[in-house]
Design a protein around this ligand. Structure first.
Ligand SMILES: NC(=O)c1ccc[n+]([C@@H]2O[C@H](COP(=O)([O-])OP(=O)(O)OC[C@H]3O[C@@H](n4cnc5c(N)ncnc54)[C@H](OP(=O)(O)O)[C@@H]3O)[C@@H](O)[C@H]2O)c1
Length: 367
């Protein structure tokens, strides 16, 4: 039986009850729109490379349970709250998982993934915006739904859902790169450039007009990155700080350094070689999810007037700007098509995402 605005009474959703048990597809009540929200029919929900380790408790992320899990994705507006003025039913939208407090945007959490670190962000995730996108329908704040110009993206560029799903991956490094004001003509070191977010950073920095020094451990992936673009140089991380610094310095003046290291890289010496390679007044964007504290060369930071900035995700303006870069064709999609999986095949999907390398396909759930 249909309810408000033609939504079905119930829908299928992937529910996590405990990190000691696998998630289960369950039939649950369909969310309903209210003031400030809209319901989307999920077309494709992204999977982070390490999602399986979030939901099996290996990565100690905190979130309330039971929880409909998920993250960013693409959907069609199915029903709107009474105060929606831009969104219309049927529209294709990018679903942004970064939910901010309306009365305090500094209190934010990652939909379906992490409740943030303050009482305020936890309150947001535990209440109104609890359930995420591994479901047929999801309720989102209006401001987390960004309309996509479907006729342009579909007709001119012939992008399908399997291409557009990459917006979510590209957006994360765009947040850090725009935060340090990367400019066309500048040279930036990106490390590790070989993972899903690092390789996205290479692609985005190139679209922003920069020359990229892609740094990482895997020589094969670095070679592939360089082969695709003449503005990409590479440096392999050897573990010898001075040798790596010398390799970086061989490329001349370096304006900026972007880092998106995983927790496993917390002890790596590349942080030091990259910071030391920067020119006077250079900028650093630190986006990696490191464990513990980072040992940094404070004298060089002081003497060279370096700027270090941390960045969690991106701003709302970044989302709009990145979509514009894609819609005018400066940032091209299509080279990283995602494999589609049904909700019931979540385990295969999580494994596919886990095994995806910088050049491999991503994976999405198509509920
Ligand atoms: N700030 C934010 O808003 C934000 C948002 C999303 C994600 N993140 C962070 O981004 C990190 C990267 O995510 P991801 O999905 O791209 O990849 P990931 O699967 O977490 O990490 C894989 C990448 O890390 C490299 N790596 C692993 N161990 C290393 C080590 N000991 N030394 C140097 N490099 C090492 C891998 O290189 P090899 O090929 O050599 O193994 C590969 O490039 C995440 O772990 C998360 O913490 C931050």
């Amino acid at each position: 039986m249909a309810s408000q605005q033609g939504l079905p009474k119930t829908h299928r959703a992937l529910v996590l009850t405990s990190t000691d048990e696998p998630p289960e597809v369950k039939v649950i009540p369909t969310p309903q729109p209210g003031p400030g929200s809209a319901i989307v029919k999920v077309e494709a929900a992204n999977i982070i490379s390490y999602s399986k380790n979030i939901y099996n408790g290996t990565r100690k992320y905190s979130f309330p349970m039971p929880l409909v899990i998920g993250t960013s994705g693409l959907g069609r507006v199915a029903a709107i709250g009474p105060d929606a003025v831009l969104l219309e039913p049927g529209q294709l939208v990018f679903i942004d998982c970064f939910v901010r407090g309306r009365d305090d945007p500094g209190s934010a959490f990652l939909l379906g993934v992490h409740e943030g670190n303050t009482e305020a962000s936890k309150k947001l995730m535990r209440g109104e915006w609890r359930d995420a996108t591994y479901a047929e329908y999801a309720k989102l704040p209006l401001e987390n739904l960004y309309p996509l110009n479907e006729s342009l993206l579909g007709s001119k560029f012939e992008y399908g859902i399997e291409d557009l799903q990459d917006i979510s991956r590209l957006l994360v490094p765009y947040g850090g790169l725009s935060d340090i004001g990367l400019k066309a003509g500048e040279t930036i070191v990106i490390t590790p450039a070989t993972g899903p977010f690092g390789s996205a950073a290479v692609k985005v920095a190139l679209a922003m007009g920069a020359r990229v020094i892609a740094m990482g451990r895997n020589a094969e992936i670095l070679k592939n990155l360089a082969a695709k673009n003449e503005r990409v140089e590479t440096v392999q991380i050897t573990g010898d700080m001075l040798a790596d610094l010398k390799s970086l310095q061989a490329f001349g003046m370096i304006d900026a350094y972007f880092d998106i290291s995983p927790p496993e890289a917390s002890e790596s010496m590349h942080f030091k070689s990259c910071i030391l390679s920067l020119r006077h007044g250079g900028r650093v964007s630190l986006m990696g999810g490191l464990k513990g504290e980072l040992n940094i060369p404070i004298r060089a930071i002081l003497q060279k007037d370096l700027m270090l900035k941390g960045k969690w995700m991106y701003s709302r303006q970044d989302v709009k700007d990145l979509i514009k870069l894609i819609e005018i064709g400066v940032l091209k999609l299509g080279d990283r098509k995602a494999e589609k999986f049904a909700l019931e095949d979540w385990e295969k999907a999580f494994d596919a995402a886990f095994n995806s390398s910088a050049t491999g396909a991503g994976a999405v759930l198509v509920p």
